[in-house]
Write a protein that binds this ligand. Structure first.
Ligand code: GCB
Ligand code: CA
Length: 861
């Protein structure tokens, strides 16, 4: 029976049903189809013969976790892809969400295209190349010098570390050749409490070889999914033509505004419809938010007409052990966590991030500053500027529709490693930097005049004097009291800038201090990496930011500890300024932010999770800090009250006598008559008693406890010798940020007593094991330029040499901790000595340079 006869046999009604069914199935299959093709890839590094099976997202730089000079070069990816059929009327595309830094793509041996830039998506039309059975080959290169970033304080992870998509569309579709964007651009030209208007500019392509009549249909839904408006406008496209179709909605009355507290999202669904058949050919859905904002040099930031402090963090994307090869849910979890501590703002630093992150910002309510990674200095590499501009356009077009975005940035601390103005190379660097800034500023405004432009400066006045303060808002990255200067220099810097440039809005785009969970002090100092100094630094900066209207807000540096292969310090390869550890568990300090920023919930946190193992003498008082937004807190130790204390600056410190062993701590307070509690366990280990055979370990030359995360041994802060006790007799405390090799307890070696000639430990007579820890750091490794001048010890030409005597016995002669050229090497020696007179006396006799001692361990045998 042929079709014709069959149709004749049908009733009219059945015929109509059949036709509409046919259309339904036809139109469903005719529309855009998107799927990830992340699985089943092979990978090898350039020059390797063996392929290894991997899945995307993938990075080939897990070596950044273990070595400073991580692999920078090419990586090859390949995948077999079979399709059940190739439809002659369909278009086929590969969308690669990020390949760092550059990618060359082949399909079945033919060049499909290439891309420069490691942080934005690109789309390649592979229609002419694709078959039923395919091989896709992508060569990625993270060593290219013509693509930014070239210098920066983070690892330039190579790989295809976001999704790869196969997209098929009908011959008429939204433009797939617009800088990796969807080709559909949505904005809200009118947005206020009374009225909202949505505008859509859609680029539509006709890849067929004949003219076609089409309609662009837009449907607007409210947050509850109710259809508010629908509109269809006819247009036609010639064969091969791409045209922009514009639509402006009718007024939406009294729109619910988007705010971080109530991120109401409307939706606009834009479709291309075949005017003749009614068939939907392509469709893109966008979420929209009605909000407006402004920056003012005196009043700071305003959202929807009201003053609004921007409270934020900077976010890097990596998480061990996967590096930047993170899944979407990692992005979403991070945004939830950032919201949780009360942020309403995020600086997406220092490069465009995953769409999943931007979506989460829209949905959970975080205002965002996003930027491209032009960092530290502008090189004169040919092609660099063009790639920068292209990456800027990609970022803007790919993320244009996100209501969360309010600022686009394009340079970070761009004069940080530039030659100083007295150097002959300066004028050229200055001129090309200003030229590139002007070019990008202009392009940014052409692309998007509805957002502000921003740049982040480091603490140098040159930005003002050479004309780099050309953006709408000046971002200052300030580290007074950390890399240099003292804490009050922070507000002095800002006040001076505000006074001299009274019309320029200011945001504190970075501020932060490092901390290492193994390091603690009751009197922290800059660069000791104690958790406690990080708290002191933050407790100084944040109230100033909060209480001064002219500061639009801030982004703390940073949300998490993140990987920097080249960084050294107490945790080599980690920038440890995070409010959260790299695994996303909070540091205690995260609760200070939460206490300050969350007014909607009671916050009460015993800030001793990071330091739950204390060491002390029986009866000694220990500080227990509470972060809270309650006015008054009671602390209960092992069931007994330690009293109530009023809080100020969102904290209070109790001084409590912990008994030996485990204790329970309960913090208690009331908010609106409702009980709020926090509970934790702490442990006190008694101060080592050599009479009892305890192991005494001293972090010589340091004010800090060091609790090894491997042995769990506590190395006590050093102190001067007093009779009946132990300590140094002389010497000068020194420290380095250079990495110490061949140890897991680096920080013990990074602080030392220099020029020491004697160390004394009063202890009962007997046989002892005495262990000395030393390192010769007089040839420090080159530090990252980003360390803003810290850690540049001057290299000395000669190694240190000295004799060591313990209890009158010579244990080392002409000793050098750097023997065999082992500078920066952990050197640890153990001696068995007899103490006959109640004092273990350790003496150092200098032969060349100054003797050093970094750590000391004593145990009675
Ligand atoms: C900065 C940089 C940032 C660094 C940070 C730091 O000023 O913008 O990339 O990671 O300081 O910790 O030194
Ligand atoms: Ca030490």
């Amino acid at each position: 029976m042929n079709m014709h006869i069959a149709l004749c046999l049908l009733t009219r009604k059945a015929f109509l049903i059949l036709v509409s069914l046919a259309f339904f199935t036809f139109s469903a299959s005719a529309q855009r189809m998107m799927k990830t093709i992340n699985d089943g890839w092979d990978f090898r590094k350039d020059g390797e013969t063996r392929w290894q099976p991997i899945n995307l997202p993938h990075t080939f730089n897990l070596d950044a976790y273990s070595q400073r000079n991580y692999y920078q070069g090419k990586g090859e990816y390949r995948k077999k892809l079979s399709l059940s059929e190739i439809a002659p009327t369909k278009r086929y595309y590969l969308k690669i969400d990020a390949a760092s830094k550059a990618a060359d793509v082949k399909v079945n041996g033919q060049v499909a295209g290439s891309h420069a830039g490691g942080y934005s998506a690109f789309i390649l039309d592979v229609t002419g190349l694709i078959r039923e059975n395919n091989e896709i080959e992508i060569t990625v290169d993270n060593a290219r010098r013509d693509i930014t970033p070239l210098w920066a304080d983070f690892t330039f992870w190579g790989g295809i570390y976001r999704d790869v998509w196969l997209i098929t569309t009908p011959e008429q579709h939204f433009n797939m050749a617009n800088y990796g964007s969807t080709g559909v651009f949505v904005s809200t030209p009118v947005a206020n409490e009374r009225e909202g208007v949505v505008q859509v500019k859609a680029e539509v392509t006709n890849d067929a070889d004949s003219r076609i009549r089409l309609k662009m249909q837009n449907r607007i839904y409210d947050a509850q999914g109710k259809l508010l408006q629908t509109n269809a406008q006819p247009f036609s496209l010639k064969a091969g033509e791409t045209a922009t179709v514009e639509y402006k909605s009718d007024v939406i009355d009294n729109p619910q505004l988007w705010t971080p507290e109530m991120p109401t999202l409307y939706r606009v669904v834009t479709a291309i419809v075949n005017a003749k058949t009614g068939e939907v050919l392509d469709e893109i859905s966008n979420k929209i938010g009605f909000r407006w904002f402004s920056f003012d040099a005196d009043k700071g930031f305003s959202l929807n007409g009201k003053p609004y402090k921007l409270r934020g963090v900077n976010r890097h994307q990596d998480q061990a052990p996967v590096g930047v090869a993170i899944d979407d849910e990692v992005n979403r979890r991070d945004i939830r966590q950032i919201k949780e501590i009360g942020c309403n703002f995020i600086r997406i630093s220092h490069y465009p991030q995953d769409d999943a992150l931007l979506d989460a910002c829209d949905e959970l309510g975080l205002l965002a500053w996003e930027e491209i990674p032009i960092i530290d200095i502008v090189p004169d590499t040919p092609g660099y500027d063009d790639h920068c501009e292209m990456n800027l356009v990609e970022m803007i077009r790919q993320h244009y529709n996100h209501p969360c975005i309010m600022a686009w940035g394009y340079m970070n601390e761009i004069l940080l490693i530039a030659p100083t103005p007295d150097k002959p190379e300066w004028p050229a660097v200055r001129d090309r930097t200003v030229k590139l800034a002007q070019r990008l500023e202009k392009r940014l405004k052409e692309e998007d005049s509805s957002r502000v432009s921003v740049m982040a400066f480091h603490g140098s006045d040159l930005y003002n004097t050479i004309g780099l303060a050309l953006g709408d808002v000046a971002g200052w990255n300030l580290y007074q009291g950390w890399y240099f200067g003292e804490l009050p220099h922070f507000e002095q810097w800002l006040e001076d800038q505000h006074a001299r440039y009274p019309h320029r809005p200011i945001i504190v785009s970075e501020w932060g201090a490092g901390s290492d969970k193994r390091i603690h002090s009751v009197k922290g100092r800059p660069f000791d990496f104690s958790m406690e100094y990080q708290q002191e630094y933050i407790e100084h900066y944040l109230p100033y930011i909060e209480n001064n209207d002219y500061i639009a807000g801030c982004a703390y540096w940073g949300y998490v500890d993140f990987n920097v292969a080249a960084r050294q310090e107490s945790m080599p390869r980690v920038n440890n300024k995070g409010l959260f550890y790299n695994d996303r568990t909070p540091k205690d300090i995260a609760y200070y932010f939460k206490a300050m920023w969350r007014k909607d919930v009671p916050v009460l946190h015993i800030a001793s999770r990071d330091w739950a193992l204390r060491t002390g003498k029986a009866g000694e008082e220990h500080p227990i800090k509470i972060y809270t937004n309650l006015d008054e807190v009671e602390l209960i130790l092992n069931g007994a009250s330690c009293g109530k204390q009023c809080t100020s600056n969102y904290n209070t410190i109790f001084r409590v006598k912990l008994p030996e062993g485990n204790s329970s701590l309960v913090a208690r307070g009331y908010r609106n008559g409702v009980l709020v509690e926090d509970v934790m366990m702490m442990t006190l280990a008694l101060f080592p008693d050599l009479h009892q055979g305890d192991e005494l370990a001293v972090n010589v030359g340091s004010n800090c406890y060091f609790i090894s995360d491997v042995s769990h041994l506590t190395w006590l802060p050093d102190r001067p010798y007093t009779a009946g006790e132990w300590g140094y007799v002389n010497g000068k405390g020194r420290s380095t940020t250079s990495e110490i090799y061949n140890t897991v307890d680096g920080p013990v070696y990074q602080t030392w007593m220099e020029d020491i000639t004697e160390y004394k430990i009063d202890a009962p007579a007997g046989t002892y094991e005495v262990e000395l820890l030393m390192a010769d750091v007089s040839r420090p490794a080159r530090q990252q330029a980003n360390l803003l001048g810290k850690g540049d010890e001057r290299a000395s030409a000669v190694s240190k040499r000295f004799d060591i005597t313990i209890c009158g016995e010579v244990v080392e002669q002409n000793f050098s901790p750097a023997d065999n050229n082992r500078y920066l090497n952990a050197c640890r020696r153990r001696y068995i000595v007899n103490n006959n007179d109640g004092c273990i006396d350790i003496r150092f006799t200098p032969l060349q340079g100054k003797p050093v001692l970094s750590g000391l361990k004593v145990r009675r045998l």
